[in-house]
Design a binder for this molecule. Structure first.
Ligand code: UD1
Ligand code: UDP
Length: 374
């Protein structure tokens, strides 16, 4: 392994770019030997390049250009291309974050050729097998060498599956996978960028015709929700009715998957202000000034909790139960009346401790990997 460590970072989607940005900053600050491989699972400007620009991230050394396809095709193509790069570059360790197809494909490719895997945001479980992400993260957790669950609850999920309990025979000798609870790097990113957001876009919320605390912010993009016309219809109706009943505007920065489905299913978005997804800095501002957030996004649930905004989770189960136990979020399900009821209940939430950490996750993650491998 020598006296310097070669690190590869694989990423491919909006949340991975955002949540890995503090790790990249940390590696930059230490002048570490690292490079980025971008699968291009996300490729539209507003889902990809805008984040590199706003967060001033270095360009990926490799772009796989995989783009959209069915799950199996996307994963297969990513694995093939990822393997070639990893064989050529021979990094000591591959960092992956979260549970997307990019994460699964990269981790399998690395594992098969004996490259160590550091999984950031390990241990999340929704116990909902319909989610493509659930299998992705379970598989990746079971082949990872360094696991960084954000919370004790996530660590417990790993322990329940026996991870980190037994020594393994590996190409590098006997090794027991290591688990460190670090907090979520989304908190690091929020703390690092909130002031910058305010300085860069001082009147962003007002420029959309919104008054602080007098609007609701919604996002929904989970495949098991928005690919089903009956669920997407319930969401749109719930947003519209809540808007009318509270006399608050609803703003919906719409994910490209959902935009496509709304058109395909011929649904109306009347009464809802739809906008193209803005960059991370603008979206942080939209969250911070919202009266309430309704979302099925994982990252947005965490950010709402960090920013102190009450949140209705538009799902039947959550892989972020910590927001709910802390008192900042409520499970709203996927039916209009349930969502409306949950919205009514969460209005009384005032303040809660942040279960996702203090904003130093990236530092700890980089420390542990360097300490363990050098
Ligand atoms: C993916 C991840 C999901 C994550 C989400 C973050 C998987 C299985 N899903 O879901 O876990 O929460 O990213 O946003 O990995 N599209 C564009 N431009 C883009 C990207 C996508 O127009 O840059 C459209 C395409 O029509 C595509 C659809 O969105 O078919 C879905 O994209 P895909 O990456 O397959 O899944 P996401 O829903 O984005
Ligand atoms: N986000 C953004 N613009 C938007 C919506 C979300 O920058 O229009 C950011 C948000 O702040 C969070 C991340 O994207 O950091 C969440 O991504 P997404 O909801 O697509 O995926 P998930 O977290 O559910 O995997």
């Amino acid at each position: 392994m020598g006296d310097s460590l070669k690190i590869a970072i694989a990423l491919g989607t909006r949340p991975e770019i955002i949540k890995l940005s503090p790790v990249i900053r940390e590696l930059e600050a230490r002048a570490a030997d690292y490079f980025i491989i971008h699968s291009n699972q996300h490729y539209s400007y507003e889902m990809d390049r805008i984040f590199f620009e706003e967060l001033e991230l270095p360009k990926p050394k490799y772009n796989l250009g995989v783009r959209s396809a069915s799950n199996a095709k996307q994963i297969a193509q990513m694995m093939q291309e990822m393997e070639e790069i990893l064989l050529k570059e021979k990094p000591d360790v591959l960092f992956v974050q979260g549970d997307t197809n990019t994460v699964l494909a990269s981790a399998i490719a690395a594992h098969k050729i004996g490259i160590l895997i550091a999984h950031i945001e390990a241990g999340l479980r929704s116990f909902d097998r319909r989610m493509p992400e659930e299998a992705n993260r379970i598989i990746v957790d079971h082949i990872s060498d360094y696991l960084f669950p954000p919370t004790n609850e996530a660590k417990l999920n790993l322990r329940r599956e026996g991870i980190g309990l037994k020594e393994m025979i590996t190409w590098r000798g006997p090794f027991t996978p290591k688990i460190f609870v670090t907090g979520n790097t989304s908190v690091d990113a929020t703390k690092q960028n909130l002031d910058l957001a305010e300085e860069t876009f001082p009147n962003y919320v007002e420029s959309l015709g919104l008054k602080p605390k007098e609007y609701l912010l919604v996002t929904a993009h989970r495949a098991e929700n928005v690919d089903r016309p009956e669920v997407l219809k319930e969401f749109l109706e719930a947003f519209r009715e809540i808007s009318t009943e509270t006399n608050k505007k609803v703003i919906y920065p719409i994910h490209p998957r959902t935009r496509k489905r709304v058109e395909e299913f011929g649904l109306t978005t009347k009464g809802i202000k739809i906008i193209d997804p803005p960059g991370y800095l603008e979206f942080l501002l939209l969250q911070k000034s919202a009266a309430c957030i309704l979302t099925d996004s994982g990252g947005v649930q965490e950010e709402a909790c960090t920013l102190g905004i009450p949140c209705v989770v538009l799902r039947k189960s959550s892989d972020r139960p910590e927001s709910i136990s802390a008192g900042g979020a409520i499970l709203g399900g996927v039916e209009k009346n349930e969502i409306k009821k949950a919205f009514g209940t969460i209005q009384s939430a005032k303040s809660w401790p942040n279960p996702y950490g203090n904003g130093f996750a990236a530092r700890q993650i980089v420390d542990e990997v360097i300490k363990g491998l050098l």
